[in-house]
Design a protein around this ligand. Sequence first.
Ligand SMILES: Nc1ncnc2c1ncn2[C@@H]1O[C@H](COP(=O)(O)OP(=O)(O)OP(=O)(O)O)[C@@H](O)[C@H]1O
Length: 218
Amino acid sequence: MRDVIRVMDVSKSFGEETVLHHISYDFKEGRIYGIVGNNGSGKTVLMKCICGFLIPDSGEITVNYKRIGKDMDFPQDTGIIIETPGFLPNLTGMRNLELLASLRKKIDKKAVAEAIRAVGLDPEMKKPVSKYSLGMRQRLGIAQALMEDPSLLILDEPFNGLDKHGVSQMHELILAQKKKGKTILLSSHSQKDIDVLCDVVCEMDGGVMHCIRDRIEE
Ligand SMILES: Nc1ncnc2c1ncn2[C@@H]1O[C@H](COP(=O)(O)OP(=O)(O)OP(=O)(O)O)[C@@H](O)[C@H]1O
């Protein structure tokens, strides 16, 4: 099984606080990994390092065998949600995603509209994003992560602000992504999200990461 992400002896501190302490782990293709741990345990910092938003103090991370920060600034072919997604408030959801898509490659309006529909929003909706509820904004964030059909998804608390129905819709969407062979890293404080979705559960604690469940190896 191919290693999509390799985290090799990665450390990261902020002042006196060591958040990641010599972490090494290989994330394999086609699996859903749950990243769990208490508040402040370093889940977001690890995901940000993988996405190139933070630079480790030492160690190396590769995504699809390319070194982040060396061979490329951020991972290619990757959909990312880190923290609550920010959008231009006066534009519609569709226009926001079209703009983001156009920064990367030739804009595919049909794919953008499909992603918006897949998260339960209406691509024709005329409402500007400033009038979206938190849950709608979160759905748009998930659509943004999915719209270019990336093979890797890095989702930090992607269900924030969603109601019960919304969460189960998004569970189905994520499981459908897994069926397409995608690799998914997901952090969540909800045990249900982790139980329903994840093949492997990795816990952050005291700067280190332990795999506490592996349904594939069991
Ligand atoms: N840019 C930064 N500057 C200084 N400290 C930071 C920075 N980013 C994160 N930290 C610190 O790193 C630690 C880990 O933060 P992180 O956001 O990764 O936690 P988390 O596990 O995602 O928590 P939560 O479950 O609350 O989202 C925290 O103590 C946080 O204050």
